[in-house]
Design a protein around this ligand. Structure first.
Ligand code: PLP
Length: 391
């Protein structure tokens, strides 16, 4: 049988981060001593009270369809979060709960972009953004950045990239894969341009709560009513509550966009899992005391990993202020990122994600969402590997 694959599906690259992660896990299952720096998820368990709320809902028979956009209780809790933490007033009708932050991003792009539209995406980017844009039939326009600007786009760069076809600008701070955090002034300058030019912003704020060194995170929506009218905030439970497997995310949007996304979602996934939503309510309304503990642990690992990476001849590394990633530059070592990571996994059994997956071939993504012992062991091996390359 000659299967016909649609042009759009055939044009996609499968997720390289998920591929590396599953290869490392398979090697581990086969008894090999693999150190994985590929994880895109916290290594902590979901806090107990969240699991309890979900289990209770399940036991009570909360197992049926809910409204496609989520249960009112959760949409209200999310609106209250934006009010409390961001000073942003949204009606529950402007909140859509989805099956993960990734799903929220996809819904936003599908509801706002079509053939002929351009979507501006700074690189290094979260690898799903350009693929989602392609799925919508629109065109990703990539803005290159390097470690020299801490992987941040400049206002001049953004302005020069905007055309009459620009529909959406994708902002992700703190960033996956670089961990970079834009300052409030930098965010405002980019937001100002989008307001002036009538470009929508998709602001992916899923790492909002994961910052270090006192970095301040401010949503682009919070600078003025006009900024808010131009912004769709994407967020979720995956990172700050360690709920990646729950598949639960959310967004806040101007009313007409929220309505369109509700329609898209009602014909694709329908509601996110009913009892998972009850866990989401507990996550937002319950105690947050897990977070300082996790942040202290992440901060310790980040400091160690940054110092160790910086000490390896041939590697330079920005000390990123957010998320749980570092993005070291390997360009002086003479291998492009795919070769580098393949050889590193083969020779030293260390899994890192090649920067090419994020549109930046001179770098690696190192996730420090793994134990300190693993980080020490893995970075020692990386240092030995790099020393071998230099000879
Ligand atoms: C993890 C992540 C998300 C959302 O992940 P879900 O598991 O779908 O909630 C969204 N954006 C970025 C940049 C991420 O790293």
């Amino acid at each position: 049988m000659n299967y016909k694959i649609s042009k759009v599906a055939a044009s996609l690259s499968p997720s390289l981060t998920l591929a590396i992660d599953s290869k490392a896990k398979a090697m581990k299952a086969a008894g090999e001593d693999v150190v994985g720096f590929g994880a895109g998820e916290p290594d902590f368990d979901t806090p107990q009270h969240i699991k309890d709320a979900c289990a209770k809902a399940l036991a009570a028979g909360f197992t049926k369809y809910t409204p496609a956009a989520g249960i009112p209780e959760l949409r209200e809790a999310i609106a209250a979060k934006f009010q409390r933490e961001n000073g942003l007033t949204y009606k529950p009708s402007q909140i859509i709960v989805s099956c993960g932050g990734k799903h929220s991003c996809y819904n936003v792009i599908l509801a706002t972009c079509e053939a002929g539209d351009e979507v501006i995406i700074p690189a290094p980017y979260w690898l799903s953004y350009p693929e989602m844009v392609k799925l919508a039939g629109a065109k990703p326009v990539i803005l290159e950045t390097t470690d020299k600007t801490e992987f941040k786009v400049t206002p001049a760069q953004l302005r020069a990239a905007i055309t009459p076809n620009t529909r959406l600008f994708v902002l992700n701070s703190p960033s996956n894969p670089t961990g970079s955090v834009y300052t409030p002034d930098e965010i405002k300058a980019l937001g100002d341009i989008c307001v002036e030019k009538g470009v929508l912003i998709m602001s992916d704020e899923i790492y909002e709560h994961l910052t270090y060194d006192g970095a301040v995170v401010k949503s682009v929506a919070s600078f003025s009513p006009a900024h808010k009218d131009h912004t769709i905030i994407v967020h979720g439970f995956a990172k700050a509550w360690s709920m990646t497997g729950w598949r639960l995310g959310f967004l806040a949007a101007p009313e007409p966009i929220a309505k369109a996304i509700d329609a898209v979602q009602s014909h694709s996934t329908s509601n996110p899992t009913s009892f998972a939503q009850k866990g989401g309510v507990a996550a937002l309304t319950g105690p947050q005391d897990h977070l300082p503990l996790w942040l202290a642990e992440f901060a310790k690992r980040r400091t160690y990993a940054h110092q160790k990476l910086s000490s390896i001849p041939g590697i330079t590394c920005v000390n990123a202020k957010g998320a749980f990633y570092l993005f070291p530059n390997i360009s002086a070592l003479g291998l492009k990122s795919t070769d580098f990571c393949a050889k590193l996994l083969e020779q030293e059994k260390v899994a890192a994600v090649p920067g090419i997956a994020f549109g930046a071939d001179d770098y690696l993504r190192i996730s420090y969402a793994t134990s300190m012992a693993n980080i020490e062991k893995g970075l020692d091996r990386l240092a030995r590997f790099c020393a071998g390359l230099k000879k």
